[in-house]
Each structure stands twice: as structure tokens, then as C-alpha cells.
Write a protein that binds this ligand. Sequence first.
Ligand code: NAD
Length: 391
Amino acid sequence: MAKQIVILGAGYAGLLCALEARKRLSGIDAQITLVNKHTYHQLITQLHETAAGARSDRSIRISIQNVIRDKNIEFKKGIVQQIVPADKNVVLDDGTTLPYDYLVVALGSEAEYFGITGLKDHAFILKSVNQARLIRAHIESCFARYPYEKKSELLRFVVGGAGFSGIELVGELADALPNYAKDAGVDMSLVELYNVEAAPGILPGFDEELVQRARTSLEERGVKFMTGMPIVEVAPGVVHLKNGQSIATQTVVWTGGVRGNQLVINAGFETEPRGRAKVNEFLQSTNYSDVYILGDCSFVLGNEGRPFPPTAQLAWQMGSAAGKYLYHDIKGGTKVPFNANIMGSLASLGRKDAVGKVLQSYKMYGKMAYVAKEASQIRYLAKIGAMFAAR
Ligand code: NAD
């Protein structure tokens, strides 16, 4: 009888896992069910562009049906309520129970709020297309309201966190805000864009020369960095910093970190303190070998014993690898331990600039780095057969 493979999450890891497994396994070998909250796959590496208004939300939503058409993968729209590994099943929000022989958990990460007062209630986060749309609409409304209300906090924008997510968003906003101001007839000299970071510098841990280039590029476009300055509280209209200073603002976007998906903790999978599941060299949960846990909700150690940062590149590779492991589980043969091949990391700094390191140590910046980042996106779309699916 065909084995039941249930894949939770049609993000980068889940979708690639489904495609890879189906490429290798016939319908007689396995029935593959892909579960996702929305009917579309989200290009979350581009969310900052949509939040700033530089890219339409349609262009970063890809119909899952279009990607899996004719591939004998069953799609189920639903929100996972509970994973019950002891009973080998998953419960969805409509009450459906999906039994499985093999489960793939690829539900992504959640924002990490570190218990900061008011942050969850009064800051935007950038984890989905809908949140990006909300941010863009909010920015537009701030500019539309300003001519009538004349409140300076409407024109003050704060991004909390200067990791890759924060810097990419700040770069996009630095390019977009002058256009919003122009369209609204607002004097751009009244607009302020802050990036507040707890660590002593931006992009903590990244190459110092590239950090300096990023900082200069963004400062030249008006970004005000406040580093070594943890946010300690957010209330309506104001952000409070550890040194007692505060910033009056109607817009706070929190990019201060991520943690594993709560469902993974609730299911009883062995996790590390930030809620990411521990997995073995074959990406299986350390306490349930019939469960693969991929992408941002898992914790994978590299050869040097350090965890890989949760990136799209890692999720892509984990998805493809798990698809092959499922084939071996069902058809036999030897599994090759997972070994991520991270080509580098590139952070965009708006429409024309980026910084990054590729092939271990080759440093890139400027337009060339920007184009390299775009190219990786195009390669991904080609891989899932969706070059023209994004509208
Ligand atoms: P992160 O954890 O990498 O960065 C969060 C930043 O917020 C840190 O610099 C931290 O010091 C800061 N911070 C934490 N608490 C704070 C506080 N109270 N006040 C002010 N600042 C505070 O998170 P991220 O940027 O969302 O990235 C998550 C992962 O995704 C990382 O592994 C990153 O490399 C990856 N990523 C990669 C890309 C890319 O490759 N282009 C883009 C985005 C994210």
C-alpha cells in the first residue's frame, strides 16, 4: 500500500521537499499531501520590497496549485492545530485528522519578542505577504494623514533590529520614502528613518568592511542608526530605549529575531531554547525518526559544530535533501548525511545596492551584489517551475 507522506508548510523547505519526493516516488509508492495555511507560496526573501512598496504583493505570491499541477501531490488548505507524533497524526483547524507514515514539518519561524513590553501589540512584523501589505498601507496612510494632522511622529519610521532582515527593510525604505513624500506633497526633510540595534554595530558578526559599506550607503540616503541601544518598551506612539531616550513614532517594524514554531514545541519534539527542533544528520527529529523537521523550525549543526543560521538557502537545501531521504525510507538504499553548501550571504540595501560574501570569502557590493541576489531568486523560481507564475 502507498505510504502516506504529510508535509506541513508550503514554504521553501516544504514545497521543495514535496517536489523532490514526488520526482522520485511513484503514486504506488507514496501519497503526498501538502498542507498550507494559504493557497499560495510566499517568496519571503522579498517581503521587505513589498513592505516598502517597491514590489507588488502579487509578485511574491505564487499559486501552489500552479506549481504542483500534474504532479500528483494533494494540496490541503488548512491551519495545523496540533501534531501528535505518538499517534502519527496531525489535526487541522477544520477538525480533519491526517494520519501519516512519514511527516515533514516545515512550518517556518515566528518573531522573537524577548518579552519586551508592548512590542507584540504595537509593532509590525515582517513574516508574511499580508504583514508586508499592512506595513505598506500604513506608511501610505501616515503620509496621507500628515498634511491634515501635522504630527511629526507620522513621518518618523523606526525599524527595530539591524540583522539582515532589518537592514534589507531599511534599505528599501530609504529608497521608497522620498517617493511617498513627493506623492503626498510632504517636504522630505521632515521624514526620519531610524534603525535601532541592541548590539554595538549593525549586521552583527558580518564582515567588518562590508558592514561599513552598508552603513555608509544607508547613511548617505538619510538612515539614522542608533546602535548599542536596545529597545525596552513599545507603547502607542512611542518607542523607549534602554538609555532612557524615547522616539515618538506611529510606525515600528520589529525585525529583532526569530524563534522556532510553537507547534513544534507543543508536539514534544526535542528543541533548543529558541524553540527550534533538534535533528540528526538526516534531518529527522531526534526523538521521532519518522518526522523530518526542516527550514527555520529546525536547528542544524554544521561541520564546525555551530548551528547554521536559518536562511532561505538552507531551507531550499533541506527540502531537497528530505525529499531524497523519503525516497530511501520507502524504497531503500543508503542515505547521505545532510551537509549544507551555503554559497554565501547577500543583503540588499534598496534598489541599487547590496553587500555580501560569496564562495566563502569573495566580497561583493554595489550593483553587482544586487544583481547576484536577484539571480539567486530567479534560479529558485526556475527550480520550482514558477518563472512566470508570480504575477
Ligand atoms: P537576527 O537575529 O539575525 O537579527 C536581529 C537583530 O536584532 C540582531 O542584530 C539583534 O542584536 C537585534 N536586537 C535584538 N533585540 C533587540 C532590541 N531589544 N533592540 C534592538 N535590537 C535588538 O534576525 P533577522 O535579521 O530576522 O534574521 C533571521 C535569520 O534570517 C538570520 O539567520 C539571517 O541571516 C537570515 N536572513 C538572511 C537574509 C539574506 O540572506 N539576505 C535576509 C533576512 C534574514
